[in-house]
Design a protein around this ligand. Sequence first.
Ligand code: CA
Length: 225
Amino acid sequence: MSKPNILVVEDETKIARVLELELEFEGYQVTKAHDGMEGLRLYREKEWDLLLLDIMLPGLSGTDLLKRIRSGDEETPVIMLTAKDAVRDKVTGLDLGANDYVTKPFEIEELLARIRAALRTKSEQQVMRMEDLTVNVNTHEVHRGEKSIELTAKEFSLLVYLMKNKRQVLNREQLLEGVWGFDYYGDTNIVDVYIRYLRNKMDKGYETKLIHTVRGVGYVLKDAR
Ligand code: CA
């Protein structure tokens, strides 16, 4: 299994650096953003296992960032970093859908325990969403809105791979390697064939298409955001 990836949005460079070192030491993959807008941009780039958001941030505050995230994503666990005694921040954060909060200055062991707990909750759910598409990794159920979509095992793997790398343009070689594995020696056309199967099942007849062709490059799964 790949390392869980965590997006840390924290403007205080010292704290961000400490978090990065500690989390990487624990085996997480860490990306840092130093203000709210950068955090939002990075958030939209891919699927994150967990977000660590400071509340007081330049550009866009942690609570505003959380609001934007929760408007279309109920799943990604979010832990807020709040100033000591800022009770109102905690309440607002939890009301807006944060999973947990840790007050600064924090004990790293406590933060790590909360991260582990939040990640456990996430792996139990394992439902990925985009627009009206939901993909349940445990039960292999796929829906658009209320409609159930039947996929073969390979189509399902392809969809999960696209979801995990949503909004990133993937070329045929990446898709081949990610879905079929290194040991596949066939033609890369198989990717186009399976993309067509998937489109027929999950995009055809729907106003919002989720799979997009990037001419000369490959494919990208993205919503209207
Ligand atoms: Ca701050």
